[in-house]
Write a protein that binds this ligand. Structure first.
Ligand SMILES: NC(=O)C1=CN([C@@H]2O[C@H](COP(=O)(O)OP(=O)(O)OC[C@H]3O[C@@H](n4cnc5c(N)ncnc54)[C@H](OP(=O)(O)O)[C@@H]3O)[C@@H](O)[C@H]2O)[C@@H](O)CC1
Ligand SMILES: Nc1ncnc2c1ncn2[C@@H]1O[C@H](COP(=O)(O)OP(=O)(O)O)[C@@H](O)[C@H]1O
Length: 329
């Protein structure tokens, strides 16, 4: 049975959620270079409550992705083993949640992990006090939905499920069983339903990613399927956290809507997947291989429109930059 028939989503919702494509210049509007009067706090701070004893890698990938995307400071809170893993890979990370502008929570957190779930709850309370943007992934999806429905105000929230996670979320919200295959059949209805219900931006990840929010639903198509490998979602959440934190420090008139920010992160991430695969002789790259292209793309890419179709023209320059590193816009 369809998501629409199961849940009674009206045709009006479909019309309201008209889809539009997202281009390089749209992504560029959400990527900000540092200003002369920035310092580490004014540039933007992203905090992470991600990873766990079982999945320390999710914490490492997310925090590294935020640093690669461009950020004033990354903070991290976790148990001893995951904190050690993060700091070993990124000594610039500060291991506390003193203050932050965006919170990334849930990647690599099993909702049955009592310790991490309770730490995620505390972080969400802190985000509320600080009026920070929340990017909820994987293990935090159910928790954020429960809070929003329970009347906890979250100024800006972005949820990043894959199809199975979105099906589980809708099942919980609507108290009727929805499967991943239902979501895959009618993705636009599925994302619209959750966005309307929770008032959060909803990013349904996949080869084609749907981003629903206040405006028409945005579609970002990946140029290839190279992102279908473990940990790439953790990288995406990290990049989204960094873009959100940095944007929140700009003048109000300059600040993109959460839906635009989320789509920009998806765009950057998808192009990084393509570049990583080219650097890797056309093969699937590992999630960590996305970090260098993300760093280069946020400096060069969105400002000078790169698409899959014309990417070959840019590739030699990008590969050169990857090798030589340190090239500034
Ligand atoms: N190095 C690390 O630390 C890593 C940590 N990670 C972290 O681990 C945590 C749990 O991740 P997980 O892979 O065990 O569970 P999860 O992704 O929920 O899959 C469960 C089932 O859902 C389905 N399914 C999955 N994707 C689907 C899709 N796109 N579309 C449709 N269906 C899809 C699929 O079912 P199937 O289709 O096979 O029946 C699958 O068996 C999570 O917090 C994550 O952040 C990972 O990032 C890996 C690297
Ligand atoms: N076939 C595919 N083609 C393009 N992109 C894909 C494909 N499969 C997955 N992705 C992308 O890879 C990422 C996977 O995220 P997720 O499912 O959370 O995996 P993980 O939990 O291992 O990080 C998402 O950004 C998604 O859009």
């Amino acid at each position: 049975m369809s998501v629409r028939r199961r849940l009674g989503v009206s045709p009006k919702s479909d019309q309201d959620g008209r889809v539009r494509e997202f281009e390089a210049q749209d992504a560029a509007a959400s990527v900000f270079a540092p200003r002369e009067d920035d310092h580490k706090y004014r540039r933007g701070v992203a905090a992470f409550v991600t990873g766990s004893t079982h999945y320390p890698g999710a914490a490492v990938l997310g925090t590294r992705a935020a640093l690669a995307t461009g950020i004033g400071m990354v903070r991290y809170s976790g148990g001893e083993s995951e904190t050690k893993a993060v700091l070993w890979q990124s000594p610039e990370v500060v291991a506390d949640l003193a203050s932050f502008d965006a919170l990334v929570v849930g990647s690599g957190v099993d909702p049955k992990d009592v310790r991490r779930t309770s730490e995620a709850r505390e972080a969400l309370d802190r985000a509320r006090e600080l009026d920070a943007t929340v990017i909820a992934d994987s293990g935090a999806l159910g928790q954020i939905a429960k809070r929003v429905l329970g009347g906890h105000h979250v100024r800006r929230c972005i949820l990043t499920p894959h199809a199975a996670e979105l099906a589980a979320l809708i099942t919980k919200l609507e108290d009727t069983e929805v499967r991943a295959s239902d979501v895959i059949k009618e993705p636009e209805q599925a994302v619209r339903l959750v966005t309307d219900r929770l008032g959060c931006t909803l990013v349904l990840k996949g080869h084609r990613t749907y981003i629903a929010g206040d405006g028409p639903t945005i579609i970002v198509d990946a140029p290839g399927a190279w992102l279908a490998t473990a940990g790439t979602g953790d990288v995406l959440a990290g990049a989204m956290g960094a873009l959100s934190a940095v944007a929140s420090k700009r003048e109000v008139a300059e600040q993109p809507e959460p839906q635009q920010l989320a789509a920009a992160a998806v765009w950057l991430h998808a192009r990084a997947g393509w570049f990583a695969s080219q650097v890797n002789a056309g093969n699937t790259a590992a999630a960590a291989d996305l970090l260098a292209p993300i760093e280069q793309l946020q400096r060069h890419g969105p400002g000078s429109p790169i698409r899959a179709s014309d990417a070959t023209a840019v590739l030699p320059r990008l590969v050169g930059a990857l090798v030589a590193s340190k090239i500034r816009a």
